[in-house]
Structures are given as structure tokens and as C-alpha cells.
Design a protein around this ligand. Structure first.
Ligand SMILES: Nc1ncnc2c1ncn2[C@@H]1O[C@H](COP(=O)(O)OP(=O)(O)O)[C@@H](O)[C@H]1O
Ligand SMILES: C=C(OP(=O)(O)O)C(=O)O
Length: 598
């Protein structure tokens, strides 16, 4: 085993910390834009700052960033323009804030969810997305059919099976009770001031009337309501209605295409959150062992319990992410998020049902709530919308990603950008680079402070929470990464909750847990068979990290082996162990003992 100091906790708490006394220098190598779970040697990809002394950009940092092949429209020179940005490490020393050690981050911490669609549903594109930084593949059940989604699921599984240390989770997003206009033989041009009718009669698609897929549309809508198409791209004022039709005046015109989103400003449809089609799709998800459901238009916690009970009854271990997009969900936010495993800020429908200026405030509030409750949170929709057609984002879009990262989202999501956009890989690269750059400015101390007030209240497991909290404090102070061994994922999620500055290498012997952890901020999920001997398993884990270039000579690492279900320890003991990550290397150890009162 590597040189180590160990704190073993028996009811009362003693934490023994150690740090190397010998300053080490580091080298900066070529900067590459790569996914969170890195597959190549760290020195060649991670623009890491010297842990103890700032190192100027050295001669070693010579090569251009690796250019990931992108879509046919992509300009192969694009990587060069990111080189400066990916040099986020240059400010790493300053960003370490009042902690003396820079951050030992291996790659990006904020995860990227990519919606898969016609631009990306091939083997080649799934591989390229995964290599470019996708952590979660989202299947939107509003589009495609089971055959097309099955193909994508099989491809992601194939990628996961052959990948050593990168894993992609699968998220099935239900269609929900969304209201859409019907199919049109060709797009219609709507002019401001003209009359236009929506009808519940099936199969209508003329220049002045189109079907709506929801029979109660006529009952839910009142004269004077504002109808929004595609979240406000067009708007129509309701003038009158008959038994089967709603007559409107176009306020903001535009091109109406097939199957567009319809919302009534300020109102949610009176449909159940999980429709018959959704149950069919949920069953499809169970049969295929997806990792997450994103449940559309959740209005209260009852539907979450209903889904969770169903999953329990069929023995399916699938986590539930509630999409916050309905006006009716806002008064019930706390109970909905409590019942779920996480939430998605689905800004498209949210900004249509509620006044648009509420969206950033609600985003902040939902992230804050999820963070305080230890739940995963995803920020979604329009993040790089202009990249559906343009190879470069607007500055406002870049700021939007940076804000979500700063607010502490676990993941940021791409929708049309990767589903049907012209530049899906470039969009992932931009999201990756902007997240990485923003993360470099975040202060570990304030991240811990944001969550420390809820210590002992979030996971109802005081000892585990305390361990995660102190492991975070310890690793932040010493500038180490964290290695955690977890069978259920619980301890890794708990550590992620405190947002340690360093990477959380989460070793699990369960492939499903590994996949699920792909959604969580800062967690690098790794699969490994655990042996009966803890030291042997630790040693195997460190050797693996070393081989993959995730730790290097001179690194120290905090090993956390705690949590609800002990693996090797007895139920009354908890371990945090600090050791040299590079087996066989001696370090001078200065032990520090912190004794907390019983
Ligand atoms: N599986 C799919 N098959 C075909 N088109 C898709 C698929 N998934 C997404 N798309 C396309 O990408 C667009 C953006 O994706 P998303 O934001 O998930 O959908 P929407 O906004 O329609 O709910 C969709 O409107 C649709 O045109
Ligand atoms: C993510 C969203 O949902 P969907 O793409 O299913 O409309 C949204 O409305 O922002």
C-alpha cells in the first residue's frame, strides 16, 4: 500500500491528516478538450497547475489542442480558437482562493446532457459525442419511436461496454401532457393581425387552421388567453371558441412548422402528468434498463410517488428527475423535489407558462433547493440555441452556461443543438470549455459553505454526512482528489453535494451505479470488482488511476470508505485515509490530528 496516514473513527471522531513536505513541480502539456472521464494520460490532457508553485506556460505546452472530428459543416480549425480558453489553469492559483493548494481537478466537473436525434443517432456520432464530453444521452419521447430509441440505447450500451473509464448514462424524457399542433404538409407563414384557428378535429392542416393533439384544449382555453408557439417564437390571442375550435388573432407571426409546442400563458393543461403513452414509454425504459426518467410537466409529488411505486413493483432501479416546467409545479417545488432524485429546470415550457422574466429567478431557486436537499439538478433549454445553425455561440449563451455552472448545477443540457443541429460536436466542445473555464474560478471554500448549514439534515445519516463534509474540507485544504468506494453510489453523491475542489473518483462494483453517477457534479465514476481485502482493493484502484493518468507521481489522495453500508469496515467505524497516490513513492508525512468532541 502507498505511504498513508489513516484516521479510523469509532463513534467519536478523530481525523488525522497528512501532507507532503516536499514541494513538487508540475509540467504543463498540450491542452486537449476531452470528456470528464479521461481516457488518456493525464499529463497530456489536463492543464494542471503545479500544486505548490505557480508554473508559467512552459515550452512543453506546445501542441494545439486535439481537434475532435466534428460534423461535416464544422471547420477543422475551430479547436485553435479554444486554446486560450482551455488554458483555464493559468488562473488556477488565484482561483484557489484562501486555500493554499490549487485544485487537483481531473477534467470538467459539470456534466453535459446531450439530446440524441437525427444529427447524432449513429454509431459514429455517439462515439464522437462521448469523446467530446457527453455524460448523459437524453432520449426525448416526444419524437422518434421505440425502434429509433432502441437503436440509440444499444449504441450507448455498446460504447459503455468497450470503454475503460468513461461511461454514458441514459435518460428517457417522457412526452408528458404536452400540447402540440398537428402535422402540416408544409410550413405556414403566419402574419401579425391575421385570423388563425386551432381545432381538436384530427388531421387538419391548411393555411388558416391546424389540429391540436389535445381534446380538452377548447375547454382549457378562454377568450383573452395568449397562446405561445414554441415557447413564444409566435403568439396568438384567443378571440372566440366553438365546440371544437379556438379562433385566434396572430400577434407575433412567423413560420408554423409541424408538431410545434403550444402553451397558454399562465396555465397548465388539465392532463395527468403521466399519460398512457408515457406509461408505455416508461415500460420501454424498464425493459431497456435506462438510468433516469425525466418526467415532464410534474405538478405535485403524487405522480413521483406513483412512478416510484411502479418502479419498485417491477424491481427497476431507475432514478426519477422531475422536470420543472409547469406553472402548477411552482407552489409545490419543495414536496416535488423531496419525492424525486433530482430536478431539471426545463426553461422552454417554464418560460411559456410563466412570465419569461421569472425564469432566471426560478432557475436560481430550483438549483438552490436541489443543492440544499442533496438532489441532482440539470439546467436545460436554449443553452447554445444559436449553434443549431451557427458554428459559434452568442456571448449571451456563453454567459448562460457560466451562470448555471456558478449556481452549482450538476449538469447542463443540450437539446436541438445535438438532436438536429448542424454543429453538435462543436456545441459539446463549447459547453465543455465554458464549464471548465468557469469552474476554474470557483472557490471550494464557498462551495462548502453553501452546503455546510444543512449538515446532518440532508441525507438523514449524520455520520456519513459528517464524513463527506470533513473529507471535503480535508481534501480542499490539502489540494487532493478524493477516492471513494461505494456500492450504492450514496457516499459519492454525498461527497458531490459538498462540491469538493478536487475530483471525486468513485469506484463501484455495480455498473448501474457507475452509470448513474455520470450525472453528478465532480464525480468520475469507475467500475471495479471489490476484493475481500480493503488494502488490496485500494491498491488496485490507485494503480488503475495511475495507469489512466488520473493521478501522477507526487499526488496525494484522500480515500473515503464510509457511508451507510460498510464494505470492509465494521458498522461503527468510518475511515478517511490520506495516502500517496503513486504506489511506492515515499513522502514525508506531517500528521495533523483533529479531535472532535463526542
Ligand atoms: N428522437 C428524435 N427524432 C427526431 N427528431 C428529434 C428527436 N429528438 C429531438 N428531435 C428534434 O430536436 C428538436 C429539439 O429537441 P428537444 O428540445 O428535445 O425537443 P422539443 O423542444 O420539441 O421538446 C425537436 O423539436 C425535434 O425537432
Ligand atoms: C426541456 C424541456 O422540455 P422538452 O424539450 O421536452 O419540451 C423544456 O421545456 O425546456
Amino acid at each position: 500500500m502507498a505511504a498513508s496516514s489513516q484516521a479510523i473513527f469509532h463513534g467519536s471522531v478523530h481525523t488525522m491528516l497528512s501532507c507532503s513536505s516536499s514541494p513538487k513541480s508540475d509540467t504543463l502539456s498540450s491542452v486537449k478538450i476531452l470528456p470528464f472521464n479521461l481516457r488518456r494520460h493525464r499529463s497530456a490532457l489536463y492543464p494542471r497547475v503545479c500544486r505548490r508553485t505557480a508554473v508559467p506556460v512552459s515550452a512543453k505546452r506546445s501542441a494545439y489542442p486535439e481537434l475532435i472530428p466534428v460534423s461535416p459543416e464544422d471547420d477543422t480549425q475551430v479547436g485553435e480558437q479554444f486554446e486560450y480558453l482551455s488554458g483555464a489553469h493559468l488562473i488556477g492559483e488565484a482561483a484557489a482562493g484562501r486555500w493554499s493548494k490549487p485544485k487537483p481537478i481531473v477534467g470538467r466537473k459539470t456534466k453535459i446532457v446531450c439530446t440524441i436525434g437525427p444529427s447524432t443517432d449513429t454509431r459514429e456520432m455517439i462515439w464522437k459525442l462521448a469523446e467530446a464530453g457527453m455524460n448523459v444521452a437524453r432520449l426525448n419521447m416526444s419524437h422518434g419511436d421505440h425502434t429509433s430509441h432502441q437503436k440509440v440505447i444499444d449504441l450507448v450500451k455498446e460504447y459503455n461496454a468497450q470503454s475503460k473509464d468513461n461511461v454514458i448514462a441514459i435518460m428517457l424524457d417522457t412526452k408528458g401532457p404536452e400540447v402540440r399542433s398537428g402535422d402540416l404538409p408544409q410550413p405556414i407563414n403566419l402574419e401579425s393581425g391575421q385570423e388563425f384557428t386551432f381545432t381538436i378535429k384530427r388531421g387538419v392542416g391548411t393555411a388558416d387552421c391546424v389540429s391540436v393533439n389535445y381534446d380538452d384544449f377548447v375547454n382549457d382555453v378562454e377568450k383573452g388567453d395568449m397562446l405561445l408557439v414554441d415557447g413564444g417564437m409566435m403568439s396568438l390571442l384567443v378571440k372566440s371558441k366553438t365546440e371544437d375550435s379556438v379562433k385566434c388573432e396572430v400577434v407575433d407571426g412567423g413560420e408554423l412548422k409541424s408538431r410545434r409546442h403550444l402553451n397558454v400563458r399562465g396555465k397548465s393543461a388539465t392532463l395527468p402528468s403521466i399519460t398512457e403513452k408515457d406509461w408505455d414509454d416508461i415500460k420501454f425504459g424498464v425493459d431497456n434498463g435506462v438510468d433516469f426518467y425525466a418526467v415532464s410537466f410534474v405538478k405535485d409529488e403524487v405522480v413521483v410517488h406513483e412512478l416510484k411505486n411502479y418502479l419498485k413493483s417491477c424491481g427497476a432501479d431507475i432514478h426519477v428527475i422531475v422536470k420543472i416546467e409547469s406553472a402548477d409545479s411552482i407552489p409545490n417545488l419543495h414536496s416535488i423535489i423531496t419525492a424525486a432524485d433530482g430536478a431539471m429546470v426545463a426553461r422552454g415550457d417554464l418560460g411559456a407558462e410563466l412570465p419569461i422574466e421569472e425564469v432566471p429567478l426560478l432557475q436560481e431557486e430550483i438549483i438552490r433547493l436541489c443543492r440544499s436537499m442533496g438532489k441532482a439538478v440539470i439546467v436545460a433549454t436554449n443553452m447554445l440555441e444559436s449553434m443549431i445553425v451557427h458554428p459559434t455561440p452568442t456571448r449571451a449563451e456563453v454567459s448562460d452556461i457560466a451562470i448555471a455552472v456558478r449556481e452549482g448545477a450538476d449538469s447542463v443540457m443540450l437539446s436541438g443543438e445535438t438532436a438536429h443541429g448542424k454543429f453538435p460536436l462543436k456545441a459539446v466542445k463549447v459547453m465543455h470549455t465554458v464549464s471548465l473555464r468557469t469552474e476554474a474560478t470557483l472557490d471550494g471554500a464557498s462551495a462548502v459553505a453553501q452546503t455546510s448549514h444543512s449538515l446532518g439534515q440532508v441525507f438523514k445519516n449524520h455520520m456519513s454526512e459528517m464524513f463527506a463534509f470533513h473529507a471535503t474540507m480535508m481534501s480542499n485544504t490539502l489540494g487532493t482528489s478524493i477516492v471513494v468506494f461505494t456500492r450504492t453510489g450514496f457516499m459519492a453523491i454525498l461527497l458531490s453535494h459538498y462540491r469538493p475542489s478536487g475530483t471525486i473518483f468513485a469506484f463501484t462494483n455495480d455498473k448501474r451505479v457507475q452509470q448513474r453517477l455520470a450525472l453528478y457534479q465532480g464525480v468520475c465514476p469507475l467500475h471495479m470488482k471489490f476484493s475481500n481485502d480493503s488494502e488490496e482493493t485500494f491498491s488496485k484502484a490507485l494503480t488503475f488511476l495511475q495507469k489512466q493518468g488520473m493521478v501522477k507521481e507526487g499526488d496525494e489522495i484522500a480515500i473515503v470508505q464510509s457511508g451507510k453500508q460498510p464494505i470492509w469496515r465494521s458498522p461503527s467505524t468510518h475511515n478517511i485515509q490520506l495516502c500517496d497516490a503513486y504506489i511506492g513513492t515515499n513522502v514525508s508525512v506531517v500528521p495533523v490530528v483533529i479531535r472532535l468532541p463526542q
